[in-house]
Ligand binder design. Structure first.
Ligand SMILES: [Ca+2]
Ligand SMILES: [Ca+2]
Length: 366
């Protein structure tokens, strides 16, 4: 949180100093916007995930011997960003990307309310802000831009030679930044920071378990949220999701209200309670907008907790016959095959009789 506040303050200072010049050049984006645009990008490039180098539809990245090889374009921007940071690499390694993508899906299947808690990046993953040494030309800078396939070089503050680079695909800004900053042409390079993010996922590994710390902030998030919830979950190699802890933090603010949620208890009943109490009771917290429907048919299972037939006391699953119809409606289906067996038996008997009679008749005529 401290790191965020510091970078946000840097950004605010940066914007304040340059607002007159920049004006409409580079509007500040929020983390929400980036997550939304990532979601759109994911939807249009689904078939590319894991594709070997060469198929770069959805990006303008090229494959050439004198250019950086971006490898496969990643379908899921969230897993890509987390994998890059977890591995500390320029691009997301396959193993980490696949593992994190799988684990987050498993976590969200086990805890559906966490589907809404998507990691928000604190910088634009395909951009870099840098200041050049005046005056140009900058041959080393241009050569590195070519190598990393920069698609746009926008001068956002001409008087200070501050540029905003756009790359053909996402990169870890904390790795690419120092590489540009090391050039004699470049005074400094830093990520294109975003403000206003609320959700953050961090990862550490214990033996074969990946531990996910999932923070969901709310209330006045521009400079760091006032209130947050944190879940810690482990996902084992075999995909088992283990609950470690849940914590609410009001950071001393009296206006942080941690709403209760619908909880499906192991008994099948639904009850509204605090999330930590639900989890301590072995229950599954439901999405925040879930309303307990109640056990109208009194079969022991609440309509919100998996009673697929909330008005049928004899069924909790529509099955083949549907709610309100006994599953024995399907009894006719096996009867058909029984008839089939009977008909076959009659045919065999008739054929056997014909053969027998023919043989007897042949002997008689001899
Ligand atoms: Ca019921
Ligand atoms: Ca029922």
């Amino acid at each position: 949180m401290l790191g965020f506040r510091k970078s946000a303050m840097n950004w605010v200072l940066f914007v304040a100093l340059s607002s007159v010049v920049v004006a409409a050049a580079s509007p500040a984006r929020s983390a929400d916007e980036v997550v939304d645009s990532n979601a759109v990008a994911q939807g249009t490039s689904e078939s590319l995930d894991g594709a070997p180098g060469g198929d770069r539809a959805g990006t303008s990245c090229q494959t050439a011997p004198d250019m950086f090889d971006y490898g496969p374009h990643r379908l899921d921007a969230e897993a890509e960003q987390l994998a890059m940071h977890f591995a500390g690499t320029l691009r997301a390694p396959d193993a980490e990307y696949d593992r994190i993508l799988r684990d987050l899906q498993l976590i969200r299947e086990a805890y559906p309310f966490l589907t809404a808690v998507v990691d928000e990046p604190d910088y634009m993953p395909n951009k870099l802000v840098l200041r050049l040494e005046a005056p140009g030309p900058w041959p080393n800078y241009e050569a590195l831009k070519y190598y990393y396939q920069v698609t746009n070089d926008e001068i956002i503050i001409p008087s200070l030679d501050i540029h905003l680079l756009t790359f053909c695909d996402n990169l870890n800004a904390h790795v690419i930044g120092p590489e540009f900053a090391a050039l004699a042409d470049v005074r400094y390079a830093e990520p294109d920071y975003l403000v206003g993010w609320a959700n953050r996922i961090s990862i550490v590994v214990f033996a074969t378990d990946y531990r996910y710390t999932i923070l969901a902030g709310f209330h006045d998030c521009f400079d760091g949220c006032d209130c947050d919830r944190t879940w810690v979950l482990d996902v084992a190699d075999d995909g088992t999701v283990g609950f470690v802890s849940y914590q609410e933090d009001d950071h001393g603010w009296s206006w942080c209200v941690f709403e209760d949620t619908a909880c499906c208890l192991p008994t099948g009943q639904c009850s509204v309670m605090a999330i930590d109490q639900c989890q301590l009771a072995g229950g599954a917290p439901m999405p925040f907008d879930t309303v307990c429907e109640g056990d109208v048919d009194m079969d022991g299972l609440d309509g919100s907790c998996g009673d697929g037939c909330p008005a049928d006391p004899d069924k909790t699953d529509p099955g083949e016959c549907g709610c309100g119809v006994p599953e024995s409606c399907a009894a006719g289906i096996p009867a058909v095959s029984e008839w089939g067996v009977a008909v076959m038996a009659l045919l065999v008997l008739a054929a056997g009789t014909l053969v027998f009679r023919r043989n007897v008749g042949a002997r008689a005529s001899m």
